[in-house]
Design a protein around this ligand. Structure first.
Ligand code: HEC
Length: 171
């Protein structure tokens, strides 16, 4: 009788130990898995944010550099007619500063610089009828000067003009 009791006791103890360690390790491993998953999600989010930030910063830096080169182009080729403050000279030369015409259409603005223009145009409600000669600029200078005038004097363009966009408008 005593032996049977002892055997039972040993059996139950083993069973207990087996059960306890089984559960314990399973619990521990799922906790580890959970933590790892969370950690990798955090890493993924952080990486995604970084990529987005870098994209914005790169774009802003590119725009700033282009506009700076563009200010030189402006002061060489455009300033005589459109004036240092970008307000032009009524009644002959229309303004670029806060000009609805300039800001409305990037493609049209590119073509204005490449080909010049004559004939009537309405800028900020005023009709001009002058002649702007085609500007002898390469693709990069054209993009640069447009990035300058479209982001100067309170103007704020929604996009960066690239030399590739200028090239596409040349016939
Ligand atoms: C010889 C004078 C002259 C020069 C130089 C000149 N423009 Fe113009 N620009 C004009 C005139 C005149 C008009 C209006 C043309 C019309 O009435 O059809 C005009 C119109 C414009 C317009 C469209 C109207 C507006 O105000 O939004 C833009 C944009 C423009 N010029 C940008 C430039 C840029 C950039 C340069 C330099 C690369 C430049 N222009 C050089 C005389 C000039």
């Amino acid at each position: 009788m005593r032996i049977v009791q002892t055997l039972w006791f040993v059996c139950l103890t083993f069973l207990g130990i087996f059960f306890f360690t089984g559960c314990g390790s399973e619990g521990a491993s799922s906790a580890v898995a959970g933590a790892t998953e969370e950690a990798s999600e955090v890493v993924e989010e952080t990486v995604a944010e970084d990529v987005e930030d870098d994209g914005d910063t790169a774009n802003e830096a590119e725009l700033a550099a282009s506009a700076e080169r563009g200010s030189e182009v402006y002061n060489t080729f455009c300033v005589a007619c459109h004036m240092p403050d970008g307000n032009g000279l009524a009644p002959s030369f229309p303004p670029l500063a806060k000009a609805d015409y300039l800001m409305a259409d990037a493609t049209r603005a590119i073509r204005q610089v490449i080909y010049g223009k004559e004939g009537e145009m309405v800028v900020n409600g005023v009709t001009y009828n002058g002649i702007m000669p085609a500007q002898p600029l390469d693709d990069e200078q054209t993009a640069d000067v447009l990035n300058y005038v479209m982001n100067e004097w309170g103007n704020e363009a929604s996009m960066l003009i690239t030399p590739e966009m200028v090239k596409e408008e040349r016939e």
